[in-house]
Design a protein around this ligand. Structure first.
Ligand SMILES: [Fe+2]
Length: 313
């Protein structure tokens, strides 16, 4: 079609999309074009701004490597990842869910660990944490024999794969739920950490005066045949960045009650000083058990990364 006005551009593109044979492709791309064109009209996008936007998107790709995905980081920083998660879990967004984002640090083949065992595999200073968690279905029935991966940052804010000081697979483990859907282990309290701000996501943060911190959390992935693979994070309730998570991952359901114990004896006699406990229940939904593609495949070598911390202004 030969275009006679700015209004007709949208029709021309939509009409070509009608040729697509895949109905879902047609639906998604038609909506994307409608919204994209409407967006340019709404903000009266200038040519210069359009060229800036193209350069920005190209930079997201250039900043993406084998071990870092700037596009996913951007999606999180705009709340899009959490929106997609909440639209697809909790009965398709109708009810509360304990589902959350996968993040970039899950690894395949975490070491199998018996219930009650520790995931601290090399000296890791920090307060001891005892986790008691349950996996249940939406009717409240315990889910036995579910495989549960857990992973977390150290109390210094590093995942083992980023940190040459920690042993391989430190603060990672794979558990199996018992007949009560229960799994439990000993660890150390995780700490929050900054996301990288040396690329386009950093520009976005600085333009808004945002900080780049994720509040402390424990990651969980529950795998059980007949259920949708459940990916979750349980956030530490005393973290000062809970309200300003740079990835918008914190939902009310996912704020865990990490309880500090000052005087009671800990479950293990060797624990001296204050310790923490966390009790939490994950609710999983019927669906397909499918593991995600691991975002990383191994341990980084060399130095601990020095990630800049932006102040919220
Ligand atoms: Fe994380």
């Amino acid at each position: 079609m030969i275009i006679e006005s700015q209004q007709q551009v949208t029709d021309a593109v939509l009409s070509e999309l009608q040729r697509a044979t895949n109905p879902r492709f047609r639906e998604i791309m038609s909506a994307a074009v409608r919204h994209l064109h409407a967006f340019a009209r709404e903000v009266k996008l200038t040519e210069e701004e359009f060229h800036q936007a193209c350069a920005y998107i190209a930079a997201l790709g250039k900043q993406t490597t084998e071990t870092h995905n700037e596009v996913v980081l951007m999606a999180g920083s705009l709340g899009f990842s959490t929106l997609v998660c909440l639209l697809n879990n909790g009965n398709k967004g109708a009810t509360e869910t304990t589902a959350n984002l996968l993040g970039p640090f899950w690894r395949l083949d975490s070491p199998r660990t018996p219930n009650g065992g520790s995931i601290v595999r090399s000296p890791t200073p920090g307060p001891v944490l005892f986790v008691n968690a349950w996996v249940k279905d939406q009717g409240g029935k315990p889910v036995a024999d579910a495989e549960v991966d857990v992973w977390q940052s150290s109390p210094e804010g590093y995942y083992e794969n980023q940190d040459p000081i920690q042993a391989d697979m430190n603060l990672r483990g794979k558990f199996t739920t018992d007949e009560n859907g229960h799994f439990w282990f000993r660890t150390v309290k995780p700490a929050g950490y900054p996301i990288p701000v040396d690329g386009p996501v950093g520009e976005l943060m600085r333009a808004q005066g945002r900080n780049n911190m994720r509040p402390a959390h424990l990651h969980v992935l529950v795998y059980k045949k007949g259920y949708k693979t459940h990916i979750s994070q349980v956030y530490v309730n005393d973290d000062k960045n809970l309200e300003t998570d740079v990835q918008f991952g914190v939902t009310k359901t996912l704020v865990g009650n990490y309880m500090r114990h000052d005087s009671e004896p800990a479950p293990d006699a060797d624990v001296k000083g204050p310790w923490y406990s966390l009790d939490y229940t994950f609710i999983i939904e019927p669906g397909e058990a499918k593991l995600p593609r691991p975002p990383i495949s191994g341990k980084a070598r060399g130095e601990r990364p020095k990630i800049e911390q932006l102040e919220r202004v």
